[in-house]
Design a protein around this ligand. Structure first.
Ligand SMILES: N[C@@H](CCC(=O)N[C@@H](CS)C(=O)NCC(=O)O)C(=O)O
Length: 203
């Protein structure tokens, strides 16, 4: 049995958990809790970066990060399922994944500034730099929301997780600023039941 180790609030872990479900791998891959802040958690041996998610294989070795885990899961499911084989569709999906992952990275850095530095030491220039990445990316996506394949491709899964994380950490802003993306996310949730099933626990 393979194991994905993640926290249940991690948007990157959510990508892997949705991928497991849409690829029909629930009986082959279990999900286990991991804690990034606990030095006693084996996470830092499994991934020297100390980041989640990791995918622990039967021989004890581990695969990271989320794009590589999803590549492994897609391969396990036969290949070409959520990472399209056709070159144009493939690079569109991978590009969307990169953009969505970037939205999550910048959003997480904003959250970490609040978590790890006292309020009087918050660096506004740094926060603005990260917020600019998120705003530009969401504006570009809002101008031309992507399609939604069945099953969803890796880019669409990543975007759903990025938008879900924005909703989780910055409630109400998506609907207000990006109505088309908000509708896109509602459609994703309606068509991909594992999205709601992997909702982060209350903050
Ligand atoms: N590029 C990584 C990003 C993973 C990531 O940033 N995970 C966060 C939690 S959502 C984490 O482990 N943070 C702890 C840390 O940075 O030390 C991926 O795609 O898996």
């Amino acid at each position: 049995m393979l194991t994905v180790r993640t926290s249940f609030g991690s948007p990157f872990g959510r990508k892997a958990r949705i991928a497991i479900s849409v690829l029909g791998l629930d009986s082959k891959v279990s999900v286990e809790s991991a804690t990034t802040q606990d030095p006693a958690d084996p996470l830092r041996q499994q991934n020297p970066l100390g980041k989640i998610p990791v995918l622990v294989l039967d021989d004890g070795s581990a695969i990271f990060d989320s794009p590589v885990i999803i590549e492994y899961l897609d391969h396990l499911a036969g290949g070409g399922k959520i990472i399209p084989a056709d070159a144009k569709a493939r690079f569109d999906a991978l590009r969307l994944q990169a953009l969505a992952d970037g939205i999550m990275d910048a959003s997480i850095l904003i959250v970490y500034e609040g978590r790890y530095r006292p309020a009087e030491k918050h660096e506004q220039k740094w926060l603005d730099l990260q917020a600019g990445k998120v705003d530009r990316s969401l504006a570009a996506l809002e101008a031309k929301p992507p399609g939604l394949d069945s099953p969803p491709n890796v880019g669409q899964i990543s975007l759903a997780c990025a938008l879900g994380y924005r909703e989780f950490r910055f409630p109400g802003m998506l609907k207000k600023n990006c109505p088309r993306l908000s509708a896109w996310l509602d459609n994703f949730a309606a068509r991909v039941p594992s999205f709601d099933a992997t909702k982060p626990p209350p903050a």
